[in-house]
Design a protein around this ligand. Structure first.
Ligand SMILES: *Cc1c(COP(=O)(O)O)cnc(C)c1O
Length: 353
């Protein structure tokens, strides 16, 4: 446990031995069986993979450890990324661990407060771009062309995909075979690309007897793949998937088509409903973007999908602590107040039943 993905899966990763000990504990995330949502949907084997349990609270750490390890191998100086938040948190953490400078470009005013706090704490240089994520990524990609100055660690960096595919390995190692359906939020579409790559590789090695249907879920206000054209002003409360022109668009389409899956969109109301249910019925506090996978599953079952006898996994991509204001918005009223007096507190509790 906690050995990190390079140690655990080195034979499937493009890594040289000399940096193989880079890890801050990524991978080996819990696969938790649903206690409530699965029952209400009539699905016996519904699981949540808790990627928010990675060191910086999102799956981004799986790819980042490989991207940074490769940067160390080649001796590149600094890390650079554009980010809706989690990539910058992860880059900053692994940059710190590896002793590399990290520069992050974030869309001004559009990054969840917990993620910004992480980038600050890990000591990244933060440049706030007066534009959206897609603008920030375009600049990062241009700067990253000068590989003698920067290692671009966005998911267009192929090593990110290599690291992220290890989550598929873990699923098959733990379930004994592939799940039938994989529900996953889609933003820049690197993660759905990575999972599909991992599933195909393990299948080709004979570690699973089939591959899952890849069910990618976008937010309705940021659903370019569903609509078939880029969205110039993507809008959703799920900031991690507020992306109008996904970098891995074509590989997401391949994942969908080769697997016989679907890419669909859910509204912010559906996302918030799933977010709340995950916390209140499952005890799992996730990011709004992560709840999109669950919202997509709920939508599909309500639409009449018959998958009750199937093994279904929802990828819970990030931790709820990243975005406290969204959680606070669920409060129906401010906390009740009482004097520091036992009897008064007891009376207050009884009054509300
Ligand atoms: C990055 C991220 C996503 C989207 O993943 P892509 O690879 O961009 O599709 C979803 N949820 C969370 C929490 C993320 O950090």
């Amino acid at each position: 446990m906690g050995k990190g993905i390079i140690n655990k899966y080195s034979e499937y990763l493009p890594i040289n031995n000399k940096v193989s000990n880079l890890s801050i504990g990524e991978g080996d995330t819990p696969l938790v069986k649903s206690r409530s949502i699965g029952r209400t949907l009539g699905i016996d084997s519904l699981y949540f993979k808790l990627e928010g349990c990675n060191p910086t609270g999102s799956f981004k750490d799986r790819g980042m450890v490989i991207a940074v390890a490769k940067s160390l191998e080649t001796g590149n100086p600094r890390l650079l990324c554009a980010s809706t938040g989690n990539t910058s948190a992860s880059a900053a953490a692994y940059g710190a661990a590896a002793g590399l400078e990290t520069i992050v470009l974030v869309p001004k005013g559009n990054i969840a407060i917990g993620k910004m706090s992480q980038a600050i704490a890990y000591g990244a240089r933060i440049i706030s771009i007066n534009g959206n994520f897609d603008d920030s990524l375009n600049i990062a990609i241009k700067l990253g062309e000068d590989q003698s100055r920067f290692t671009l660690v966005n998911s267009v960096n192929p090593y990110r995909i290599e690291g992220q595919k290890t989550a598929s390995f873990e699923l098959i190692d733990e379930l004994g075979d592939a799940p039938n359906y994989l529900y996953i939020p889609v933003g820049n579409a690197g993660n759905i690309t990575a999972y599909w790559k991992g599933f195909k590789e393990y299948f080709n090695l004979g570690k699973s007897t089939f591959t899952p249907k890849m069910m990618g879920i976008q937010a309705a206000g940021a659903a370019p793949i569903v609509q078939g054209s880029p969205v110039s002003n993507p809008e959703t409360i799920a900031s991690a998937i507020r992306i109008g022109n996904p970098a891995s668009w074509s590989t997401a389409l391949s994942a969908r088509d080769e697997s016989g899956g679907e890419i669909d969109a859910v509204s912010d109301d559906e996302i918030l409903n799933a977010y709340k249910r995950m916390a209140r019925e499952e005890g799992i506090f996730c990011e709004p973007a992560s709840a999109a996978s669950v919202a997509g599953l709920i939508k599909h079952v309500h639409k009449g999908f018959n998958i009750s006898s199937k093994t279904v996994v929802c990828i819970i991509t990030g931790n709820g602590l990243k975005d406290p204001p969204i959680a606070n918005s669920l409060a129906e009223s401010p906390p009740e107040e009482a004097a520091p007096d036992l009897i008064k507190v007891m009376k207050l509790i009884d009054k509300r039943g």
